[in-house]
Ligand binder design. Structure first.
Ligand SMILES: [Zn+2]
Length: 294
């Protein structure tokens, strides 16, 4: 290693390398050494190929050293971490606080590189976690809410505020809503169910720039409204159709097509949802149903 470095760099006029080696041999690390190192690096950078080769050599040497002393190095690292844990945490907190906007921007960019893939991976991860321990997430949330009552209230308030802000001051008159209900025969506009609790659904969600005006409203049962989430009405209908054909294939019960017919098998779970009042509960009961079916 040493001899090859010498022949390469001193032979091509990188005299700084020899200076640095001399300093390193004497074990002194002062300002002159640092200056020499910097000058050497700058000269090297003028020749990108040589610079890359040098970096690569250094990297290889580091890897070799790491492989040879892996256990000792790991032990040293673990020892240091366990002895300075709080210090390290504090430093990390400071660092992330200082670079918060940068970190968020990078996180967003990474997500936007492959939004669908990332969403799929997130879903997959959530599914695995749920299957490992269905109660882990709810109990964590419960604990968090108990420990941060103020934060929990703020969270709810904020979501309401966001909705109102997105609505931009528009509102729906009760007369218009009544007329709309009559027009739809008090049925859900999506699944056609009658007699269920009917809610006002934004065809284009507020979160996606939809307006809080009667033109953007259709009556929907709670179940449809919940599982529509942030889809537009068109996206939701497509999704419903896909679900209908998918579940028909899976369970071989019922014919695809008439959406109202597809509602049948879900009825038992809907009452559960209304009682427990949570969209997540619902999707879980559906998950269980699907798992139990085949
Ligand atoms: Zn519905």
């Amino acid at each position: 290693m040493q001899s090859s470095t010498r022949s390469t760099w001193s032979g091509s006029g990188f005299v700084g390398a020899r200076t640095i080696r001399n300093f390193e041999r004497t074990g002194r690390n002062d300002r002159r050494l640092r200056r020499a190192k910097r000058r050497w690096r700058e000269r090297l950078k003028k020749d990108p190929a040589k610079y890359r080769a040098c970096v690569q050599r250094r990297r290889d040497a580091d890897r070799k050293r790491y492989a040879a002393n892996r256990d000792a190095l790991l032990f040293r690292q673990r020892k240091y971490t366990s002895e300075h844990r709080q210090e390290i945490y504090a430093k990390n907190r400071d660092c992330s606080k200082k670079n918060w906007t940068k970190i968020i921007a990078r996180r967003k960019a990474t997500f936007l590189d492959d939004p669908e893939g990332n969403c799929a991976r997130q879903r997959e991860r959530a599914r695995t976690l749920y299957e490992r321990d269905p109660q882990a997430r709810p109990s964590y949330k419960k604990k968090w809410r108990a420990a941060n009552p103020e934060g929990a209230r703020a969270y709810v308030r904020l979501s309401g505020h966001r909705r109102r802000a997105a609505a931009g001051g528009d509102f729906i008159r009760v007369d218009d809503w009544e007329a709309l209900l009559k027009k739809y025969d008090r049925r859900c506009a999506y699944c056609g169910v009658q007699g269920a609790l009917i809610e006002a659904d934004h065809r284009v969600p507020l979160s996606r720039g939809g307006k809080n005006t009667i033109e953007n409203i259709v009556p929907a049962c709670r179940r449809c409204n919940r599982r529509k989430m942030t889809k537009t009405d068109e996206e939701f209908r497509t999704w419903l159709a896909a679900q209908a054909t998918g579940s028909a294939k899976e369970t071989t019960s019922g014919t695809p097509g008439e959406l109202a017919e597809e509602v049948g098998p879900y009825r038992t779970t809907r009452s559960k949802v209304l009682r427990r009042g949570s969209a997540r509960c619902h999707s879980r009961s559906r998950l269980r149903r699907h798992r139990a079916d085949p």
